[in-house]
Design a protein around this ligand. Structure first.
Ligand code: ZN
Length: 96
């Protein structure tokens, strides 16, 4: 006996939620609302067997934010590779 990997019922609910609200998602687990499936996906953390929701604080740490309507959105900033966080060349006066 093997446990089915995907629960078709959950997938169906996801489909219905998306149908009702366009791109917007309501998380059944934490009750937060998301402006896009991408934002929703981003707030789910961990491997498939240990999926959990990020807290509001964790989402902010990942540069997610709430929009005016109370929906979580992903950052519009492109993700940077970790290496580039250390040094950004800054424009400024040059010492000669
Ligand atoms: Zn959630």
């Amino acid at each position: 006996m093997s446990i089915p990997h995907d629960d078709p019922k959950l997938e169906e609910i996801d489909r219905l939620v998306n149908k009702l609200s366009g791109q917007r998602c309501l998380c059944r687990t934490c009750g937060k609302k998301f402006n896009s499936t991408a934002a929703f996906d981003k707030h789910r953390s961990g491997s498939i067997s240990e999926r959990r929701c990020l807290t509001s604080r964790e989402m902010r740490e990942r540069r997610m934010s709430l929009n005016a309507r109370g929906y979580w959105i992903t950052s519009k900033m492109p993700a940077r590779p970790k290496d580039s966080l250390a040094f950004w060349p800054m424009a400024g006066p040059r010492k000669s």
